[in-house]
Ligand binder design. Structure first.
Ligand SMILES: Nc1ncnc2c1ncn2[C@@H]1O[C@H](COP(=O)(O)OP(=O)(O)OP(=O)(O)O)[C@@H](O)[C@H]1O
Length: 259
């Protein structure tokens, strides 16, 4: 669990459109890395290349390399489905399977992976995953009810339980709190601080206070200029990015002067 990701010279295309250019970064295990930057600079696009979800868009592709603990995730023999099993993703809008029970939602990924499990093992996995997502106490008496009956914040924690149930090495989160109220947001932020003990976490957020609260390292993305591709401007300890960044554009963005 919790692996290091090393990105080198990554260019990301949608067909002929170069959306993101020349990203190199190291994402450390057992830490939270936040990606910030103005709309359209390619944060979500970049995040999706880390578990090969980007290529689900027709004609989308990358050049450069992404390695997890030294293994090239884009090597010809690598199965993208296996990559997504090791590198889980939580989306902006909570997306539990609406007709499935809470229990079945948690084990949906495990079942997809064709893992044969005894009922007692499955029960234990559901409890462990829901506890990891800080949701167990709220749902333990209604595991057979539909996931869609939960509040937005609970649904998002259910999605996190579903993501951790397959025991990934890395968790990617694309604005996981943007559809949530402040109390649910705090619950998810607390959860990230818990989960980073076991996982490598990368979060895209528009909320700079959130980046400052939860992350150890922050990467600032920006467009070089209108019509140019996005890229990583600088990446450093979160405290440094928010107090004394090296780049003027970073300073302007974190102090709210643009974006
Ligand atoms: N499916 C797609 N097909 C073609 N172009 C896309 C697609 N998704 C995103 N883009 C383009 O790629 C660029 C980066 O978009 P992306 O959504 O990654 O930015 P972002 O920084 O995450 O933005 P936001 O903060 O608004 O979510 C934009 O120019 C966008 O229009």
């Amino acid at each position: 669990m919790a692996k290091r990701i090393e990105v080198k010279g990554l260019d990301i295309y949608y067909d002929k459109f170069l959306a993101v250019q020349g990203v190199s970064m190291t994402i450390e295990p057992r830490s939270v890395t936040a990606l910030i930057g103005p709309s359209g600079c390619g944060k979500s696009t970049f995040l999706r290349t880390l578990n090969r979800m980007h290529e689900l868009v027709p004609k989308a592709r990358v050049a450069g390399s992404v390695e997890m603990d030294g293994h090239d995730l884009y090597a010809p023999h690598v199965d993208p489905v296996a990559v997504r099993r090791h590198i889980g993703m939580v989306f902006q809008r909570p997306n539990p399977f609406p007709t499935m029970s809470i229990y079945d939602n948690v084990v949906a990924g495990v079942r997809l992976n064709n893992k044969k499990m005894k009922r007692s093992e499955m029960d234990a996995l559901v409890e462990r995953s829901l506890r990891a997502a800080n949701l167990w106490d709220e749902v333990k008496d209604r595991l057979k009810r539909p996931g869609s009956g939960l509040s937005g914040g609970q649904q998002q924690r259910l999605c996190i339980a579903r993501a951790v149930a397959v025991q990934p090495d890395v968790l990617l989160m694309d604005e996981p709190c943007s559809a949530l109220d402040p109390i649910s947001t705090q619950a998810i932020e607390d959860l990230m601080l818990e989960l980073k003990k076991d996982y490598t976490i990368v979060i895209v957020t528009h909320n700079m206070q959130q980046a400052a609260r939860v992350s150890d390292v922050t990467g600032f993305f920006n467009l070089r200029s209108i019509g140019e591709p996005g890229g990583l401007v600088e990446m450093d300890d979160t405290t440094k990015i928010f107090s004394t960044p090296s780049n003027q554009a970073t300073e302007d963005y974190v102090s709210g002067r643009f974006g």
